[in-house]
Design a protein around this ligand. Structure first.
Ligand code: 5AD
Ligand code: SF4
Length: 440
C-alpha cells in the first residue's frame, strides 16, 4: 500500500467554516488523505476562506503567495481555495494566483474527490455552483473516529435577509434548512463518538424550518428533539437574527435544561436611521424589548452581539445611539467591526465615513464592550456553575472547560476527565477566564 497523502487545511472566518473544513477532510479522507498540521509536508493545501470583510479576503492572496517556494520544490503539491472567497472571486483567484489548482465553493464540497482527481491529472478545476443535491448527505461516509466533547453541527445555511453591508446572501446563497431526521442522526453519531455539547450552526439559525415528521419544524422544536438524545448534555446555537426570535425559542430558554443560557443576538447598530439603511428590519427599541422578553424567560442568560461602526452616513449622534443601546443591554461578550466596503452590496454605493473617525468610534465601542464583558465575567465570582472539561490545563492536575455561560474556567486539583461535567464554585476572575474549585 502506498503511504497516505497528506492534507493541510487552514480555516479562516466563522464556525461554519470550521465545520466545513472537517467535512472536506472527511471527503478527502475517502481518497486516502490524512490531515497534517504543517503545509511543508502536505500533498494538498486547502485554504478555507472568509469574505465577510476586505481584510479577511486579502489574507488569502498573501497566504497563497507564501506557498510559491513550496510549490517550486514540490511540483506535485496541489493548492486549493475553498469557502466564501472561492465563491465570490473564483475566476479572479485563478487569474491572480496561477499556483492555485482548484477552487471550490461552499456548496460543492461533496465534489472534492472528483475535483482532486482532475487536479492530479494537471487540470485547473473550478466549481462554484449551487447544486440541487444535498451536499451533507453526500458527505456522510465519515470514519467513526473518537471526537472531543464539543462539536458544531450545521442545520441551516445561507441567508435571505440581505443586510446592506453583507456578502453572505451572495456567497452562501439562499436560506436552506436541513431536514430534522438527518440532523438528529448526525447528532446521535456525534454523541456515540464522545461529543457532549453540540452547537447548531446557521447564518440565520433561528430561521430554521427544516422538514420534520409532521411538516416543517422550528428551531425550538428541533432543540426539543435533540433534548431527547441520551448522552448529549448541552445544546447551543448561533447566529440568530432578532426578527426570527420566535416565542417557542424564547420559551425553550426557560424550560429546556440542555439549552445553555447564552444567546448571540447581533444588533449591528443602535440608531434607527442606520438600522433602516442597513436593511435590518428592526429598531433599537424592538431589539431592547426582545432582550427583555428573553431575560424574562431566562434571567441569567448571557447576551452576546455583533456591531458595525462607521457604516455609510453614520454620524456621531448615530454612533452615540449604539453606545446607549450597549449600556442598556449589558453584553457578556461582543464582536465589533469597522465597516468594510464589500463590492456588490448596496452599502458599497453609499457615502463612506472617514476611516479615522470610524477607527476612533471602534475604539470607544470596544472600550465599553470590554468593560461590560469584564463586569459580567467578574459577577460570576462566588457563584456555582457547571463546567464541561475540554482539555488539561498548563499546570499538573489542572483542567480547563467552559461554563454554561461559555466562560473559560480553570480548575486546579481536578480529578475529572475530558468530557466530564462537574459543578464548580467560581473563586476568581482573570483577564480572559475564570478560576474555580470542584464542589463535592
Ligand atoms: N463590514 C464589517 N462588518 C461586517 N459584518 C458583516 N459584514 C460586514 C462588513 N461589510 C459583521 C456583522 C456580522 C458579522 C459576522 O460580521 O457584524 O454580524
Ligand atoms: Fe449577513 Fe444580515 Fe444575513 Fe447576517 S442576517 S448573514 S448580517 S445578510
Amino acid at each position: 500500500m502506498s503511504a497516505p497523502k497528506k492534507l493541510f487545511i487552514k480555516t479562516y472566518g466563522c464556525q461554519m467554516n470550521v465545520y466545513d473544513s472537517e467535512r472536506m477532510a472527511e471527503a478527502l479522507g475517502g481518497e486516502g488523505y490524512v490531515e497534517t498540521k504543517s503545509p511543508d509536508d502536505a500533498d494538498m493545501i486547502l485554504l478555507n476562506t472568509c469574505h465577510i470583510r476586505e481584510k479577511a479576503a486579502e489574507k488569502v492572496y498573501s497566504e497563497l503567495g507564501r506557498f510559491k517556494g513550496l510549490k517550486a520544490e514540490k511540483p506535485d503539491l496541489k493548492i486549493g481555495v475553498a469557502g466564501c472567497v472561492a465563491q465570490a472571486e473564483g475566476q479572479e483567484i485563478m487569474r491572480r494566483q496561477p499556483l492555485v489548482d482548484l477552487v471550490v465553493g461552499p456548496q460543492s464540497y461533496h465534489r472534492l474527490p472528483e475535483m482532486e482527481a482532475k487536479a492530479r491529472e494537471g487540470e485547473k478545476v473550478l466549481d462554484t455552483d449551487f447544486p440541487e443535491e444535498d451536499k451533507f448527505e453526500k458527505l456522510k461516509n465519515r470514519p467513526k473516529a473518537k471526537r472531543g466533547p464539543t462539536a458544531f453541527l450545521t442545520v441551516q445555511e445561507g441567508c435571505d435577509k440581505f443586510c446592506a453591508f453583507c456578502v453572505v446572501p451572495y456567497t452562501r446563497g439562499a436560506e436552506v434548512s436541513r431536514p430534522a431526521d438527518r440532523i438528529l442522526r448526525e447528532a446521535q453519531d456525534l454523541v456515540e463518538r464522545g461529543v457532549r455539547e453540540i452547537t447548531l450552526l446557521g447564518q440565520n439559525v433561528n430561521a430554521y424550518h427544516g422538514a420534520g415528521a409532521n411538516g416543517d419544524m422550528t428551531l425550538a422544536q428541533l432543540i426539543w428533539e435533540l433534548d431527547k438524545v441520551d448522552g448529549l448534555e448541552r445544546i447551543r446555537f448561533t447566529t440568530s437574527h432578532p426578527n426570527d426570535m420566535q416565542d417557542d425559542l424564547i420559551e425553550a430558554h426557560g424550560t429546556c435544561a440542555k439549552l445553555m443560557p447564552y444567546l448571540h443576538l447581533p444588533v449591528q447598530a443602535g440608531s434607527d436611521k442606520i438600522l433602516k439603511r442597513m436593511n435590518r428590519a428592526h429598531t433599537a427599541e424592538s431589539y431592547l424589548r426582545l432582550i427583555e422578553r428573553i431575560r424574562a424567560a431566562r434571567p441569567d442568560i448571557l447576551i452576546s452581539g455583533d456591531f458595525i461602526v462607521g457604516f455609510p452616513e453614520e454620524t456621531e449622534a448615530d454612533f452615540q445611539a449604539t453606545l446607549d443601546l450597549v449600556e442598556e443591554v449589558k453584553y457578556g461578550t461582543a464582536y465589533s467591526f469597522k465597516y468594510s466596503t464589500r463590492p456588490g452590496t448596496p452599502a458599497a454605493e453609499r457615502p463612506q465615513v472617514d476611516p479615522a473617525e470610524a477607527d476612533d468610534r471602534l475604539q470607544r465601542l470596544q472600550a465599553l464592550l470590554t468593560k461590560q464583558q469584564r463586569e459580567v465575567q467578574d459577577s460570576m465570582v462566588g457563584r456555582d456553575v457547571t463546567v464541561l472539561f475540554e482539555k488539561a490545563g498548563r499546570f499538573p492536575g489542572q483542567m480547563v472547560g467552559k461554563s454554561d455561560y461559555l466562560h473559560a474556567v480553570h480548575v486546579a486539583d481536578c480529578d475529572r476527565a475530558i468530557g466530564d461535567l462537574a459543578r464548580v464554585r467560581i473563586l476568581s476572575s482573570g483577564a480572559n477566564s475564570l478560576a474555580g474549585a470542584l464542589i463535592d
